[in-house]
Write a new protein. Structure first.
Length: 596
């Protein structure tokens, strides 16, 4: 069901907020563009006035007056030619300012949103709508806003001379414009509502097309023959969007037809009144001709202004998406409130009745945990997939806020502190940036130190990597820029180097060896133990072998810690850990026998 929303003041409010923000950032181009638009577009009314005056001068056979008004008209035309280059230059500046202003607000708010809301729930959908083609939409907002100002100034300047000849004609024209403007304003919102309703279909269609086109999925799509099915599903999503749009257009067209009929009737009334005045000699002939041209231009301007108004409404609704996103982000933002004193001592971790569930869900992923990790203790965290291991380390790191209970780093809440921590997660980032940045991003407050970068690379077994690259540390990595891509294992070791670059008191490695071979894994854990000496460390690994050297082993199952102890004590308990250990031992023994 397509509904046509009634007009509201919110879009005007959002547009004013944008212009106010741009004005604070760079006021002079905005002020100059506004004044230029107002002054330059009074020329339309001047054309109406000069046309009537020239006509009347010719009727009166007043040659000098006709020449004078012709000169005025010519001067206005020359000024118009100068107007466009200045207008385009100023618009480009203001449009760029708008894009920077809005992008800065989106990025700043996004970076402060807690991880659990960024990863889950409807917040990410709101962010996607706000950031969709933001630069182009920002330029469109400015363009449509000043187009509207231009139309209003031209319209007023055309009607001003008519007012002094016969005010009734002005009222008739204005009355005829109301239905068109009102309907256009409402239908623009209806188009946006269609886009909002189909956001999921749009996202689904985009994801499907990306899968078909991207290189990473090409081999699997061809192996399993899923290409035709992906295309079929993409076409289905596009058809659902098109069907909803057609229904919306039909209802909108009927509403627009009603407005156009009323406008046509009003304009016919204005022309009839003009003819009546001409027959009765109510005004000089030149003035009546000016009014006639004003009516013709006014009718054309009403039609043209409809698209301008639609653009303003559509783009200001987009602004509403951005400010809605900001309001959502402000509800979730957590700012560190404790000033943590610098320390080199290992970190103490305490969980007190801590539980966590993701937004928009009704099940705890971590439930009622009580745990203390002593300073300098090395913890190995084990469990089946979905046991809650990664969620637990995110709670400890302060990336997630517990749904209930408390998590402390030393004597501060983890969400308020979150300092002196280095981590490598399963979904580590492959920065499509120079090698230098890939390491330095581990500690952005550190002074650039090339030797420290090389040390971090050495710790992760990548010391020779800069020598293998054409530009050394300044070589751009990844496929996007085409200089050098890395293997999966190299990307993972680079993420580990990034963590090593930070002088942290708490080290977290979440499944750090998934892309490493056993020998590389052994070297990594040896390096990790060296680095973790005197620091608190937590390791999650899908292989049990490295856990044997940990001070304590924690085994998780269904969001709870079900076993806690050393390798020997847990083997003696013959519980879940012992079963996992024997299972992996049997697998390795079986694989070894097959190779023999």
């Amino acid at each position: 069901m397509v509904s046509i929303a009634s007009p509201s003041n919110s879009e005007w409010h959002e547009l004013i907020r944008l212009l106010s923000g741009i004005g604070r950032r760079n006021p002079w181009p905005l002020l100059a563009l506004t004044l230029l638009t107002i002054v330059a577009n009074t020329r339309t009314g001047l054309y109406v006035l000069t046309l009537g005056s020239i006509t009347q001068a010719l009727i009166d056979q007043n040659r000098n007056q006709a020449i004078a008004w012709a000169a005025v008209s010519l001067g206005a035309g020359l000024l118009e030619q100068l107007y466009w280059p200045f207008r385009n230059h100023l618009r480009s500046i203001v449009e760029d300012d708008a894009g920077v202003y809005l992008q800065k607000r989106v990025l700043r708010n996004t970076a402060k949103v807690p991880l659990e809301h960024y990863e889950y729930g409807p917040f990410f959908t709101t962010l996607t709508r706000a950031n969709d083609n933001l630069g182009e939409r920002a330029a469109a907002i400015i363009s449509s806003g000043f187009d509207l100002l231009q139309v209003l100034v031209m319209f007023v300047s055309i009607l001003a001379p008519v007012w002094f000849i016969d005010a009734r004609i002005v009222w008739i024209i204005l009355l005829g414009c109301i239905p068109v403007f009102s309907t256009t304003w409402r239908t623009a919102r209806a188009f946006h509502d269609v886009k909002t309703r189909n956001a999921i279909n749009e996202l689904y269609a985009t994801k499907l097309s990306d899968l078909v086109l991207q290189r990473d999925a090409a081999a699997e799509i061809r192996l399993f023959g899923t290409g035709p099915e992906l295309v079929r599903r993409w076409l289905g999503a596009r058809n659902r969007i098109a069907q909803d749009s057609v229904q919306a257009v039909g209802k909108i067209s009927r509403a627009q037809l009603t407005g156009e009929i009323f406008t046509a009737a009003s304009m016919a009334s204005a022309i009839a009144l003009l003819v009546h005045n001409m027959i009765n000699g109510a005004a000089p002939l030149g003035s009546l001709i000016a009014v006639a041209f004003a009516i013709v231009w006014g009718v054309g301007m009403v039609g043209g202004s409809a698209s301008v108004i639609r653009g303003v409404r559509e783009n200001s609704v987009f602004l509403s998406d951005i400010f809605t996103f900001e309001r959502e982000a402000s509800r979730f933002k957590r700012e560190p409130i404790h000033q943590i004193s610098p320390s080199t001592a290992a970190m103490t971790i305490n969980l007190c009745d801590a539980s966590f569930r993701y937004p928009e869900t009704d099940r705890d992923v971590v439930h009622n945990l009580n745990l203390e990790i002593a300073p300098g203790e090395h913890i190995a965290l084990l469990g089946e997939n979905g046991a809650g291991k990664s969620t637990l380390v995110r709670l400890i790191a302060g990336l997630y806020a517990p749904t209930s209970g408390k998590v402390y780093q030393d004597n501060c809440l983890a969400t308020d502190a979150r300092t002196d921590i280095a981590a490598v997660f399963q979904d580590f980032v492959r920065w499509q940036l120079p090698l230098r940045d890939n390491v330095e991003f581990g500690c952005i407050t550190a002074i650039t130190d090339e030797e420290a970068i090389l040390v971090a690379l050495s710790k992760s077994d990548l010391r020779d990597l800069p020598d293998q690259l054409a530009e050394g540390l300044d070589t751009w990595l990844g496929r996007e820029f085409g200089e050098r891509d890395l293997s999966g294992g190299q990307w993972q070791r680079l993420a580990i180097a990034r963590a090593f670059f930070r002088d942290a008191r708490l080290l977290i490695l979440d499944e750090p060896t998934a892309a490493l071979d056993p020998l590389a894994e052994q070297r990594l854990f040896e390096r990790f133990r060296e680095l973790a000496d005197g620091k608190t460390a937590i390791t999650i690994s899908h292989r049990i072998g490295p856990a044997r050297s940990a001070d304590r082993i924690l085994v998780m199952d269904q969001g709870q810690i079900v076993e806690d102890g050393t390798h020997d004590t847990l083997m003696a308990q013959d519980g879940l850990y012992a079963a996992m250990f024997r299972s992996q031992q049997e697998w390795y023994n079986h694989s070894s026998m097959e190779r023999e």
